[in-house]
Design a protein around this ligand. Structure first.
Ligand SMILES: NC(=O)c1ccc[n+]([C@@H]2O[C@H](COP(=O)([O-])OP(=O)(O)OC[C@H]3O[C@@H](n4cnc5c(N)ncnc54)[C@H](OP(=O)(O)O)[C@@H]3O)[C@@H](O)[C@H]2O)c1
Length: 325
């Protein structure tokens, strides 16, 4: 198969790094766009990967960077915005996918993959995050029509080396001795392995049956948030009692943490977390012939028994790169 030229927006993040490696393994030439090339220089060790510094919100610069590619993949997303009125989410999750799709159409780029999230729905979802992701899906599909084939991916929470879900809970558990207060502990998730997610992305590129389709992606098992946090504590070798907070205290905790540096939890996160994050009757991984990998097969390989002090460089990295819309 001829090598494809693939441009990834958000390719410096957790999913993006795994995806860039997967595409490289399959023989593709990968360009990753970043707002800060210096911060991600270590990515250049992947042969055939180029890293280009671009302000993706500048349409001219965006178009210069993506021109000539066969495929554009937009992974850019945020969990928190700088303000509190949804405009940051709108900029990143709605305006940007709309512009990327429009630019692909204008430049004759035939293929666009757009990352969304399970539960995203314009208008109806409970949080700015989920509503804006849903609106971004519709905008990407609409603007791309009829020349660009779009595929949308909607994963549950993603785990794997370098994730910010399991690793973040592990870090918090290490910092909080004995008892750990947990908001929204009854919410249900179907954690999906990053390796499975990026294979679905890569498999879809040349498959016409995936054009203009949306795929929900889930792992093989459903867990409550409490079960995931208990599992994380056990795997990290920490004895902690998990105290499930009721709705009122969950919201209160989110309201306070929203004003801490780095916004470890926000009211918008709380609202997203209140809805279950599981697939309905169809798991998109089945379509791609991918057997979902369970957490238990992977998490112990990267969640060693590290101390809180060992986590400081990771916290510093997250704080430095803590991007908000
Ligand atoms: N991880 C999960 O559990 C999960 C679950 C469902 C959906 N998703 C979605 O999957 C996508 C990737 O997630 P991830 O976990 O890989 O996220 P991540 O590690 O936080 O990476 C986010 C990427 O987006 C870029 N980015 C963020 N804000 C930006 C801005 N204002 N301007 C330009 N670039 C910006 C960052 O680029 P630079 O730092 O290079 O500028 C980074 O490469 C997101 O859309 C997310 O919503 C993730």
């Amino acid at each position: 198969m001829a090598s494809r030229k693939v441009c990834i927006l958000g390719g410096t993040g957790f999913v993006g790094r795994h995806l860039a490696n997967e595409l490289y393994r399959r023989g593709d030439q990968v360009r990753v766009l970043t707002a800060n090339r210096e911060r991600h220089r270590e990515l250049l060790i992947v042969p055939s990967l180029t890293l280009r510094e671009v302000d993706v919100f500048d349409t001219r610069a965006l178009e210069q960077a993506i021109a000539g590619h066969d495929v554009v993949i937009n992974l850019i997303g945020i969990l928190n915005e700088r303000g509190h009125d949804g405009s940051g989410f709108h900029k990143v999750h709605v305006q940007l996918p709309r512009q990327v799709a429009e630019s692909c159409r204008k430049l004759g780029i035939p293929r666009l993959l757009q990352m969304s999230a399970l539960g995203a729905e314009p208008g109806r979802a409970p949080s700015y995050y989920l509503r804006s992701k849903g609106e971004g899906e519709s905008q990407a599909l609409m603007q791309a029509r009829p020349d660009v084939a779009v595929t949308i991916f909607r994963p549950s929470v993603i785990f794997g080396p370098g994730d910010s879900f399991i690793n973040r809970f592990a870090g918090l558990l290490r910092l909080v001795p004995l008892a750990f207060p947990l908001a929204c502990h009854r919410s249900r998730y179907a954690p999906v392995f990053v390796g499975d997610v990026v294979r679905a992305f890569a498999n879809s590129i040349d498959d016409p049956d995936t054009y203009n389709q949306r795929f929900d992606l889930c792992g093989p098992h459903i867990y409550t948030l409490r079960e995931i946090v208990e599992y994380t504590a056990r795997t990290a070798g920490l004895r902690r009692r998990i105290i499930g907070l009721n709705d009122l205290f969950s919201r209160l905790q989110a309201g306070i943490m929203e004003y801490l540096p780095g916004k470890p939890l926000s009211v918008d996160n709380y609202l997203s977390t209140r809805v279950d994050n599981v697939c309905g009757t169809r798991n998109g991984l089945d379509f791609f012939g991918i057997e979902p990998t369970p957490m238990e097969a992977v998490v112990p390989t990267y969640l060693g028994q590290r101390t809180a002090r060992d986590q400081y460089p990771e916290y510093r990295r997250q704080a430095r790169s803590g991007r908000h819309g």
